[in-house]
Design a protein around this ligand. Structure first.
Ligand SMILES: N[C@@H](CCC(=O)N[C@@H](CS)C(=O)NCC(=O)O)C(=O)O
Length: 244
């Protein structure tokens, strides 16, 4: 086993955030799958690593760590590779502010209230909780608008290069899988995009796939093209790293 191990599940938003940080740094590691949703709860050995039974957990040469923000910062600081945190106080504060927004406001809203209800519930044969989705959409818009504001014209959340805030954000914002290759410009979007789009989906057009996937193009707060383009670049740059 490698000297670095990440315990978690490949589908997990937070595991993907940690993996993005590892990938951006060029750090090799083993991903060891853990099923925290198993009947009976997380395996006992995982509870020994993570008393709250969440994923990911990380180990580097015997040093054990849990909480994605802590793992990502450690990875950035303990290994060679491009720095993923600004050194100046203000952009660094923006990075930390964005990560806090993502943890405290975006994760539950985007992933559990919207994605799970709109996409996972039907796949599991359950009717989506439409009231929960409807209540979440304005909160999602607030989250996305807040992140856009923090970017302040930068191509990435906290500056000109991808960093930990982007690693944290992307899995949440791109969690909804979709692929509109071959889709005509005027075809209705698939349900995940319709979910966050206009009632008839007409505003989502081909070419907006990445932007829509990160939740901006079709979000209730969608407006100018500029923010979408920023997110698109961000997505393309980082997301490929964990699909390799
Ligand atoms: N605060 C934790 C959150 C991690 C988290 O919630 N992970 C999810 C998977 S994306 C999980 O383990 N869920 C299991 C559960 O809710 O019981 C972190 O930053 O690592």
């Amino acid at each position: 086993m490698a000297a670095r191990v990440l315990w978690g599940a490949a589908y997990s938003v937070y595991v993907r955030s940690a993996r993005l940080a590892l990938a951006e740094k060029g750090v090799a590691y083993d991903l060891v799958e853990v099923d925290v949703f198993a009947a009976g709860g997380p395996p006992a050995e995982h509870r020994a690593r993570h008393p709250f039974g969440r994923i990911p957990a990380f180990e580097h040469d015997g040093f054990r760590l849990y909480e994605t923000g802590a793992i990502a910062r450690y990875v950035d600081e303990a290994f060679d590779g491009p720095p993923l945190q600004p050194t100046e106080p203000r952009p660094r504060a923006r990075m930390n502010q964005a990560i806090s927004i993502l943890d405290n406001y975006a994760y539950r809203t985007l992933v559990w209230d919207i994605f799970v209800e709109r996409v996972r519930a039907p796949a599991q044969g359950r009717a989506p909780d439409e009231a929960r989705i409807a209540a979440a959409l304005p909160k999602a818009a607030t989250c996305l608008r807040a992140l856009e504001d923090l970017m302040d014209g930068n191509p990435f959340i906290a500056g000109p290069t991808p960093g930990l805030a982007d690693c944290h954000a992307l899995p949440m914002l791109t969690y909804i899988p979709h692929d509109d290759r071959g889709r005509g410009a005027d075809d209705p979007p698939p349900p995940p995009l319709r979910m966050v789009g206009s009632d008839d989906g007409a505003s989502v057009r081909r070419g907006d796939a990445f932007a829509a996937g990160v939740g901006l193009a079709a979000s209730p707060m969608a407006g100018a093209d500029a923010p979408r383009k920023r997110w698109t670049g961000c997505y393309n740059n980082c997301n490929n790293k964990i699909s390799e």
